[in-house]
Design a protein around this ligand. Structure first.
Ligand code: GRF
Length: 207
């Protein structure tokens, strides 16, 4: 019997990626528990979704802290109470301090709505339209102190259509995010990912 792994998910808003992970974990009976969902915004609608699913839902409002260091320290102690094997950033819209990132080295994942290393930062769909790229997508990666950067776990590609708007493109990418993020988290939980410098290697799972 494999030990149950523990996951903490960080959100800032609607949490549709979080929901996709919760749904896959339940439907596919992952050997994992979603121990908590934590938001830096008390009014994040994703917190309600988590609560309704019977998961500990915690708000640590960044506005209550004078600076990034004190917020990240509070966030880390909230996370550590749940003793996670993996911390999943799912639409978590805060830049994290290097101390925080190092604390969770190799067990902190993010999803970014572009094909990294193209278009880090915000408004990625508009960035893609402005650049005139013909393909766009989403990237799951391990987090490093550099924003939207780090060893790539998975990517999904979508076409950019001639008459696309930011909204249409965002929806097309989001549908892919909901597929690749649960799969990537499951791969981690089941021991199929190995960090090798700046790269992620897939290995046969080691039970
Ligand atoms: C997603 O597109 C994610 O990649 C980006 O913000 C969005 C969050 O959506 N960073 P949700 O909260 O998971 O619905």
């Amino acid at each position: 019997m494999r030990a149950m792994k523990r996951i903490v998910i960080l959100i800032s808003g609607r949490g549709s990626n979080m929901e996709a992970i919760l749904r896959a974990a339940a439907a596919e009976q992952w050997p994992a528990t979603i121990a908590a969902v934590i938001s830096n915004k008390a009014d994040a609608s994703g917190l309600k979704t988590a609560e309704a699913a019977g998961i500990a839902a915690v708000a640590i409002a960044h506005r209550d802290y004078p600076d990034r260091d004190s917020f990240d320290a509070a966030l880390a102690s909230a996370i550590d109470r749940f003793e996670p094997d993996l911390v999943v950033l799912a639409g978590f819209m805060r830049i994290l301090t290097p101390d925080f990132v190092h604390r969770y080295h190799g067990r902190l994942m993010n999803i970014h709505p572009s094909l990294l290393p193209s278009f880090p930062g915000l408004a990625t769909h508009q960035q893609a339209l402005d650049a005139g790229v013909k393909f766009h997508g989403a990237t799951v990666h391990f987090v490093t102190p550099q924003l939207d950067h780090g060893p790539i776990v998975a990517q999904a590609v979508v076409p950019v259509h001639e008459d696309d708007t930011e909204e249409l493109l965002a929806a097309r990418v989001l549908a892919q995010e909901h597929l690749i993020y649960p799969r990537a988290v499951r791969d981690f939980i089941e021991g199929r990912l190995r960090l090798d410098g700046d790269r992620v290697r897939r290995v046969s799972s080691v039970d």
